[in-house]
Design a protein around this ligand. Structure first.
Ligand SMILES: Cc1ncc(COP(=O)(O)O)c(C=O)c1O
Length: 456
C-alpha cells in the first residue's frame, strides 16, 4: 500500500544508487535520477513502490513472455527447489530435468534443424558457447585456420568479450577495447540509416550481401569460422531485415563453408509471430543461441542449439579434438530446467505465437498512426510480432537524433500515463509479454502518445 512502509521505502530510494550499479547506465546518472522501483508483477502489469500499477510494455527485458503470473512455472520452480535445488552436469553426472529439457528444446527447434542442446546461464553465455563451438567445429573438421567471425553493425550479442567483439554498436564496445581480434562487421539492413543511402529494403539487403561477399573475399573464406546475426535485430533498435536477407546470408555462408549462427535470444519462442526468427525467414542455421523466454525470465537459463552437421562432426571424432573444454557451473541447473519445461509447455498450450502476431500488428499499426501526428518520430520499426521501436529525431529532414534526456522525459510521461516503456539512446523499444490483450496494447499506445506529446 502506498505510504504504509515509509521507512523501508525511503531506505530503498536512498540506497538504490549508493550501493547498486545498474547495467547499461552511467552511475552518476543513476544517482541523480531515481529509477522506478518495482515490487510486484501480475499478468502483464508491474507495481512500483508507490503503488502505481502500469502495463509492462518491455515484458521484463524481452523475456517475460508469459507475463508475471504463470503459476505452472512458479510451481515447477518451487517443486524442483524441494526435490533437487542444484546439480552439475560436468563429465559423469546428469539429472532428470536437464535430460527432459534437452529433449523438449531439440523437439521445439527441430523444424530449424537443431539436434543437440548445450545449456548456459543466459544469452551472453549462449553466444560465447556458439562462437567457441564454431571454432572447435572447424578444428575437428580439419580446417583450423577458420577462426574469424563476421557479424552485423547494430547487432547485439551480449556482453562477454566474444559477444562484445561481434557486437555492432559502439556503446557496448568502445570502453572495453581492445576486443577480440578477428571480428569484422558488415552494414546492417537498416533502411533508415545506412552507408548506401538506400531506402528500399530489398535493394538494401542486396547491397549488404554484396558487402558481406566483399568482406569474405578480403579476409579469405578459409579464415572465417562463422557469421552471427539476429534474425530481427533487437537491442540495436528493432531492425527487421527484408525477407530476402537471411536466406541470402545462408546461401553465401554455405558457398564459403562458413557456419551461420542465429542469435535468437530475443526472437526464439514466438516473439516475432513465428516460433523462431529463423523460421520466420525460412532459414535453417547451424547453431541457435536462446535464453530469456526459455523460462519466461523466471530463472536465468539459456542454451546453444546445434544442428546435425556439427553434432555429427563432434560425435564422430576419435582424436580428442572434440572434447568440449567449455561449460558453466549452471549448465545443467535442475531448477532452471524445471522452469523451462513448464514455460515451454505453457508457451505451446497458450499458442503465444498467434497472439504475438495479432497484437504485434495492432501495436505496429497504432505506432504508425502516432508517427503521422508527431514529427519527433523519425522512424517506426516492427511489423513482425511483439517487437517494435520508435526512433526519435529532433529534425525529420536531417534525421538528427534527439537528446537522450528527451527520451527519458518521454519514458516518464508514458509511465505516468500507464505503461513502462524502454528508451535506449534515441530509440523507444517495446517488447511486451506475448499474452498481452488488445485493451492493454491500447493502454500502451495511449501512454506512447502521452510521451510523444510531452516531448513535442
Ligand atoms: C540478441 C541477444 N543476444 C544476446 C543477449 C545477451 O543475453 P543476456 O543479457 O541474457 O546475457 C541479448 C540480451 O538482450 C540479446 O538481445
Amino acid at each position: 500500500m502506498p505510504g504504509s512502509q515509509n521507512f523501508d521505502d525511503n531506505f530503498l530510494r536512498e540506497m538504490n544508487a549508493r550501493q547498486l550499479w545498474h547495467p547499461m547506465a552511467h552511475p552518476a546518472e543513476s544517482r541523480a535520477n531515481l529509477p522506478v522501483i518495482l515490487t510486484s508483477g501480475q499478468g502483464v502489469r508491474v507495481t512500483d513502490i508507490d503503488g502505481n500499477e502500469v502495463v509492462d510494455a518491455v515484458g521484463g527485458l524481452w523475456n517475460v513472455n508469459l507475463g508475471y503470473s504463470s503459476e505452472p512455472v512458479k510451481q515447477a520452480i518451487a517443486d524442483q527447489l524441494a526435490a533437487l535445488p542444484y546439480a552439475n552436469i560436468f563429465r559423469g553426472v546428469s539429472n532428470d530435468k536437464i535430460i527432459r529439457l534437452a529433449h523438449e528444446t531439440v523437439d521445439f527447434f527441430a523444424p530449424d534443424g537443431m539436434a543437440r542442446a548445450f545449456f548456459t546461464s543466459g544469452g551472453s553465455d549462449s553466444v560465447e558457447t556458439a562462437l567457441r563451438l564454431a571454432r572447435q567445429y572447424h578444428k575437428v573438421n580439419g580446417a583450423p585456420s577458420r577462426t574469424k567471425f563476421l557479424s552485423l553493425k547494430k547487432g547485439y550479442h551480449g556482453t562477454h568479450f566474444g559477444g562484445a567483439s561481434v557486437n555492432g554498436n559502439a556503446n557496448f564496445r568502445t570502453q572495453y577495447e581492445p576486443l577480440m581480434a578477428g571480428c569484422f562487421h558488415i552494414p546492417a539492413p537498416y533502411s533508415y540509416r545506412n552507408p548506401f543511402n538506400e531506402t528500399d529494403p530489398a535493394a538494401l539487403a542486396a547491397s549488404c550481401i554484396a558487402a558481406l561477399e566483399d568482406e569474405i573475399r578480403f579476409q579469405g573464406a578459409s579464415t572465417i569460422a562463422a557469421f552471427i546475426m539476429e534474425p530481427v535485430l533487437g537491442a540495436g533498435g528493432v531492425i527487421p531485415p527484408h525477407h530476402s536477407f537471411m536466406p541470402m546470408v545462408r546461401e553465401v555462408c554455405d558457398r564459403h563453408g562458413i557456419l551461420l549462427i542465429a542469435d535468437e535470444v530475443i526472437t526464439g519462442f514466438g516473439r516475432t509471430g513465428a516460433w523462431s526468427g529463423s523460421r520466420l525467414w525460412g532459414v535453417k542455421p547451424d547453431m541457435m543461441c536462446i535464453a530469456k523466454a526459455i523460462t519466461s525470465g523466471y530463472f536465468p537459463l539459456g542454451a546453444t542449439m546445434i544442428n546435425e552437421r556439427i553434432a555429427d562432426a563432434f560425435e564422430a571424432d576419435s582424436s580428442g579434438t572434440a572434447a568440449i573444454g567449455h561449460g558453466y557451473t549452471y549448465s545443467g541447473h535442475p531448477v532452471g530446467a524445471a522452469a523451462a519445461l513448464a514455460a515451454l509447455a505453457e508457451t505451446r498450450r497458450l499458442d503465444v505465437v498467434s497472439n504475438a502476431a495479432a497484437r504485434g500488428t495492432q501495436l505496429f499499426d497504432g505506432m504508425l498512426s502516432l508517427a503521422a501526428h508527431y514529427p519527433v518520430v523519425g522512424d517506426v520499426r516492427g511489423g513482425h510480432g511483439l517487437m517494435a521501436a520508435f526512433e526519435l529525431v529532433r529534425d525529420r529532414e536531417a534525421k538528427t537524433p534527439i537528446d537522450g534526456k528527451l527520451a527519458v522525459k518521454m519514458q516518464k510521461s508514458a509511465y505516468a500515463a500507464g505503461a513502462l516503456i524502454r528508451v535506449s539512446g534515441p530509440n523507444v523499444i517495446l517488447s511486451p509479454s506475448l499474452i498481452i490483450e488488445e485493451a492493454d496494447i491500447d493502454i500502451i499506445l495511449g501512454a506512447l502518445e502521452a510521451g510523444l506529446k510531452a516531448i513535442s
